[in-house]
Design a protein around this ligand. Sequence first.
Ligand SMILES: CC(C)(COP(=O)(O)OP(=O)(O)OC[C@H]1O[C@@H](n2cnc3c(N)ncnc32)[C@H](O)[C@@H]1OP(=O)(O)O)[C@@H](O)C(=O)NCCC(=O)NCCS
Length: 175
Amino acid sequence: MQLPIPAGPVALRAWRREDVEALAAEANSRAVWRNMIHTFPHPYTLEDAEQWVDGCIDQSPQRDLVIASNDRLIGVCGIQLGEGVSTYTGSVGYWLGEQHWGRGIASTAFAAFLEYVWATFPVERLQAEVFAWNPASARVLEKNGFTLEGTRRKAIHKDGELIDEWFYSLLREDR
Ligand SMILES: CC(C)(COP(=O)(O)OP(=O)(O)OC[C@H]1O[C@@H](n2cnc3c(N)ncnc32)[C@H](O)[C@@H]1OP(=O)(O)O)[C@@H](O)C(=O)NCCC(=O)NCCS
């Protein structure tokens, strides 16, 4: 599937070195960090952004895509491909800089990302985990056809709290 992919007011595109500054600016947010797994740093420095962009720029095909508004990075969508017995499973995720929340951008960008994923990777199952204090993300998944498979009670330790984790999935045949 050809990049960039238009997605309403934004587009999904491949990474560029020039994304480092916008990435550090958008990702350096406690509100974003609070909903991400432990590998997402806070504070999010320029060095963190450089390291991330370095890891993305040579991906072929791209597993992580930039969510861009007027060509500037405002968020990220990505997939981690499973291995071994999980070869046909992909774990998907996304985040958006805080000032862009509440305008339907994540739902639209993620819908476009799913089209890209189904067309690009031979996965049969997509899964996503959501911390139970993040109903907005659960809604993004549900609006895109994901089903709640279950709750892992107190599975997550984040920001000094033990919280539940919601487990969502979407099969290729569910589309
Ligand atoms: C989760 C996130 C991507 C949502 O981005 P967004 O662009 O604001 O999302 P959208 O506007 O497309 O959709 C949000 C939906 O959640 C709903 N919502 C928002 N806050 C809510 C709440 N407290 N309770 C229930 N629903 C809520 C909105 O009404 C909307 O649903 P609707 O279209 O049916 O009205 C963004 O908040 C974010 O980046 N958060 C930090 C990182 C993160 O959580 N990543 C996902 C990890 S699983």
